[in-house]
Design a protein around this ligand. Structure first.
Ligand code: NAI
Length: 676
């Protein structure tokens, strides 16, 4: 007999097993929305009343088991009481499922994350398909929360505190074999055996193996405080408590309540609801949704590029080519110097070995990356990306030569970081074909690609460029071809203010510290050294030509002296083994109290300017670009969102004070008057 709900289907087979199929209506993936949980409540209540021989939970989606809770619903929780009621209801249902008097099995294939993993943990057994697409984990911390459907208690009970905390505090996911080794699931089997494995768990209901003593020991009340201290220390190195409260709350939950699972469950519900309505979680969820929005800009069903041709095998071209080959494209790479091509092949091999575990796949990726000194690939390529010297004349000469050779429908892209597209496309027969694909360095780590459009760029070409970007697993951000586009335009005033602070004698480490304190992932001094001071100078000079402002003398003199930062071993900092040696801040020194504001407000003011200037179409796109392009403190939700959260009036007032103190460079942009 089969009962069909909107999202669930319950099919009872001839052995008396109830198969609970989840297939979220009108969605490509399963997420635990409130509606799904409410239906589950009815189903579980029925099973509790007349228990079957066993229960097997599975997904009917090809994309996976369950991706987590419905993140969009998080943003609707504005008060703790409503959130708490929703969480408590889920707890009741999961507890009932957990206590059913028959074997319960989660049958997992594909992703099983967050709330999905918690649902699986509420079953007595878990079996998973051992293919690489199966990923299990509790990554809630990435959204500023911790597991809230019983997962904190059940994961620690299942695999011990160290393994469970490792999953919950880092948010990392594991494959089925690792999950089996940890004890998170009972069996990892090939997909074709998955049903049999699930059925056999019901039929045999094997006893659970007790956790090894050395896995339970760290949870002993005597040891817990020490272990908690260690865990906190590890977390603090990555995420300060003021900015990211969730991991600390999680450690406290375990420390205080692990002896009493019922109480710990109750406290888990309270803790997560407190976190969910807090600004860190709300902003991190916002960042997640912005990321989805960027991805959706690259959606396209009927565009299927296969071959990429990259011209220029330097820092950027080489990495772009290697990345595209890694993502499955056939890539031809052209450079006027053979040595540059050889260098890229070596670099690519290093990158692939780091990212791909399987040696055969490394070889396959290497095979796709083809040195092409003569540029034979141009004729066949669907996407041609230019990454040669940043010189308009050199670029014009190149594009003029390649335009007639290219397929008529191929994308013609430049990775220029500062030259307006119209200056390049003036020599083209069809200037509407030129689009910017502005990658960031290092390509393998920076998720954003600016899709630069001039007024001439054809909309279809820009759309295809965005689709291509998504295809190589990067986030496309449409920007107008204006000086510095979005990311460099925002970053430069911030970096230049850091140089001015350095000129004024503020210790370098104190400048970096101020930015870290705000929540930036790296201080501006170290960032400038990492980007390369020559590149910073070039971009700063270019921007000051177009937008005004001064380039600090210290930057010029350092570049003149060959102190280029990380790549030359000496910049503001000295670099040893690629690590910045930061002189300690002198004892007793404290930086002027407005140091942080000087850095951050230069960025905020420029973000307002970019919006006013139409560099991006909406504030959300500016926020997304700045977060993914610069690492801007994600828990603040983006610069424009942050301005609104604190209050436009108050922020403007602070900026005006800085203007009075430090002059013109802090003049509020005209765009402030339109912010409400
Ligand atoms: P690079 O100097 O490392 O590499 C340029 C390469 O192009 C060299 O190997 C050179 O031999 C080759 N080349 C020059 N003219 C050529 C031609 N006519 N035909 C074939 N090959 C030619 O330069 P980099 O840093 O990779 O920059 C390339 C482009 O990417 C520039 O437009 C730059 O503004 C942009 N960019 C640079 C970033 C960076 O951090 N370095 C970041 C984002 C964009």
């Amino acid at each position: 007999m089969t009962t069909t709900y909107q999202h669930w289907k319950v099919a009872n087979d001839s052995d008396g097993i109830s198969w609970l199929h989840l297939d979220k209506a009108n969605a490509s993936a399963n997420v635990l929305s409130e509606a799904i949980i409410m239906e589950l409540e009815t189903i579980v209540a029925g099973l509790n009343k007349s228990p079957p021989k066993g229960v097997i939970l599975l997904s009917d989606k090809s994309s996976g088991f369950i991706a987590g809770a419905d993140v969009k619903e998080f943003t609707s929780y504005t008060d703790e009481a409503t959130a708490l009621a929703a969480v408590r209801r889920a707890h009741r249902i999961f507890n009932t499922l957990n206590a059913l008097p028959c074997p319960t099995v989660a049958m997992i294939s594909g992703f099983c994350l967050g709330g999905g993993m918690e649902l699986a943990l509420a079953c007595q057994y878990r079996v998973a398909d051992d293919s690489p697409k199966t990923r299990l984990g509790l990554p809630e911390v990435r959204l500023g929360i911790h597991p809230g459907f019983g997962g904190t208690v059940r994961s620690i009970q299942a695999i011990g505190v160290f393994a469970a905390m490792d999953l919950m505090l880092t948010g990392r996911t594991v494959d089925a074999r690792t999950a089996k080794r940890l004890g998170l699931i009972q069996h990892a089997v090939p997909l074709r055996h998955l049903r049999t494995a699930a059925r056999s768990m019901v039929m045999t209901a094997p006893p659970h193996k007790a956790l090894k003593w050395w896995k339970t020991l760290p949870s002993h009340p005597w040891l817990r405080p020490q272990v908690a201290k260690l865990l906190r220390k590890k977390v603090a190195a990555r995420a300060p408590q003021d900015h990211y409260p969730a991991p600390y709350a999680l450690i406290d939950l375990w420390l205080q309540y692990f002896d009493d699972p019922t109480l710990m469950l109750d406290q888990e519900a309270q803790s997560i609801t407190h976190l969910i309505v807090g600004s860190t979680a709300q902003n991190l969820v916002r960042v997640f949704l912005l990321q989805e929005q960027l991805k959706s800009l690259g959606r396209s069903d009927d565009y299927n590029p296969r071959h990429v041709h990259v011209i220029g095998a330097g820092v950027m071209g080489g990495d772009i080519a290697a990345w595209c080959a890694l993502r499955g494209f056939t890539v031809t790479l052209q450079d006027q110097k053979n040595a540059a091509l050889a260098n890229v092949i070596k670099r690519a091999h290093g990158l692939y070995k780091k990212i791909i575990k399987d040696r055969l796949l490394v070889t396959a990726a290497m095979d796709r990356l083809i040195p092409d000194p003569k540029g034979n690939g141009i004729k066949r390529a669907d996407v041609v990306i230019e990454a040669i010297f940043e010189d308009p004349e050199v670029k014009r000469t190149l594009f003029k030569t390649i335009e007639p050779l290219m397929k008529p429908d191929a994308i013609m892209a430049t990775n220029t970081s500062s030259i307006p597209l119209d200056e390049i496309s003036s020599v083209l027969t069809r200037p509407q074909r030129l689009v910017g694909l502005h990658f960031f360095n290092p390509v393998s780590k920076m998720p954003l690609v600016e899709i630069v459009q001039s007024t001439k760029t054809d909309k279809t070409v820009a759309q295809q460029a965005a689709a291509f970007t998504k295809r190589i697993d990067r986030l496309p951000l449409p920007v107008a071809s204006k000086p510095g586009f979005l990311v460099n335009r925002i970053l430069m005033p911030y970096l230049m203010e850091a140089v001015v602070l350095a000129e004024q004698g503020i210790p370098l480490a104190a400048i970096d510290h101020a930015a870290l304190n705000f929540g930036m992932p790296m201080g501006p001094i170290e960032l400038a050294d990492t980007v390369g001071l020559d590149i910073c100078l070039h971009v700063a000079e270019n921007l000051s030509q177009h937008l005004g402002g001064e380039v600090p003398e210290r930057l010029r003199s350092m570049v003149k002296a060959g102190h280029l930062g990380r790549k030359s071993g000496q910049g503001f900092y000295e670099f040893k083994k690629d690590t910045a040696i930061k002189p300690a801040i002198p004892a007793g020194y404290s930086a002027p109290s407005d140091t942080e504001n000087r850095l951050i407000f230069r960025m905020l003011n420029e973000a307002v300017a970019c919006l006013r200037d139409g560099v991006v179409e909406q504030a959300d796109m500016a926020d997304a670009g700045i977060i993914f392009g610069t690492g801007f403190a994600p828990f603040r939700g983006g610069p424009l969102h942050y301005i609104h959260q604190v209050g436009v009036k108050e922020m403007l007032h602070t900026l005006e004070q800085l203007q009075q103190r430090y002059g013109e460079r802090f003049t509020p942009d005209a765009g402030w008057s339109t912010l409400k």
